[in-house]
Design a protein around this ligand. Structure first.
Ligand SMILES: [Zn+2]
Ligand SMILES: [Zn+2]
Length: 292
């Protein structure tokens, strides 16, 4: 589906973004608009929380090197698997691979190695924990290929870089407490064509953690939010305070619970999108750039 905002709304959003950019400068989270823009920004659903995000030129995978089902979470359907193996469809010409954390419904090391070995051009930037599990499968690639890079973003110093027409900001976002406290989980803010898309991995439903990550001062257009944030409990506060995107996509939905989750969401949060099947796609109109 496509989002066409009226002119006045576009101006308001651009003004708001300008103000927010000023605030963000203090945190190093500034994402300047880059390059000429016209194509829609597409988000394509892959396995579980995996997506391919593109503006037609730059192609980014997040949590998308997942092939087999894991626990209750889905893998790639049979008709999509060859696309992964042959680097076609959503897996073709990928510029950048991002992975939120090491859990197997977000990254499968053997398949991540396979993808990176075949792709030739894709760069991978992720945590030491994710790379550590891959190292057991493809030591040479991980230790010698300059396309593979460990990043270590901190709250005070997020990792910010550009890939072709996209600006990427990576920052830590807690997975939780106790046994989850040691899991490095990254949030990813992707800006393409003026549209800011947020992927939070398995972030804990903690307003405190979202505040620590600086998300109270980040303007988001599209938020990919695990579906449990919308259920009664602590997720509501996080969504209201930090994920005020005009478009939200509920993600991380086990296939066996899809019907139930969709029924609940259409009743309680009808404005939230759900990409039901692998290769389902949401499109967002670029936000025109206005020079300061
Ligand atoms: Zn997960
Ligand atoms: Zn996890």
């Amino acid at each position: 589906m496509q989002s066409k905002k009226p002119m006045a709304a576009e101006r308001a959003i651009t003004l708001k973004q300008g103000l927010i950019r000023v605030c963000l400068a203090a945190f190093g989270l500034v994402a300047a608009l880059t390059g000429p823009v016209s194509a829609d920004i597409n988000v394509t659903q892959l396995a579980n929380q995996g997506v391919m995000i593109t503006d037609g030129e730059t192609r980014i995978l997040i949590d998308a090197l997942v092939v087999e089902p894991y626990s209750v979470y889905g893998g790639l359907p049979e008709d999509v698997r060859p696309m992964f193996d042959n680097l076609t469809g959503p897996f073709s010409a990928i510029d950048l691979v991002l992975i939120s954390h090491r859990h197997h419904e977000h990254n499968q090391p053997a398949y991540a190695c396979q993808f990176m070995q075949k792709s030739g051009q894709s760069r991978l930037k992720t945590s030491e924990q994710v790379i550590g599990l891959m190292r057991e499968r493809c030591r040479d690639l991980v230790t010698t290929d300059p396309r593979v890079e460990v990043i270590d973003p901190l709250h005070a110093s997020p990792v910010v870089f550009e890939v072709k027409g996209a600006k990427v900001t990576v920052f830590p976002l807690s997975h939780g407490t106790q046994s989850y406290a040691r899991i490095e989980n990254f949030g990813h803010l992707i800006e393409m064509g003026g549209v800011r898309i947020l992927h939070i991995g398995d972030a804990a439903m903690s307003a405190e953690d979202f505040a620590l990550a600086g998300l109270d001062s980040v303007d988001i257009d599209v938020a990919l939010v695990p579906f449990w944030f919308f259920q009664p409990g602590p997720g509501g506060e996080v969504v209201n305070r930090f994920l005020g995107a005009s478009r939200k996509i509920a993600v991380h939905i086990p296939p066996s619970e899809m019907d139930e989750v969709k029924a609940y969401m259409s009743e309680s949060f009808p404005e939230v999108l759900i990409l039901t099947k692998t290769l389902d796609k949401a499109s967002f109109a670029p936000i025109p750039k206005t020079n300061p």
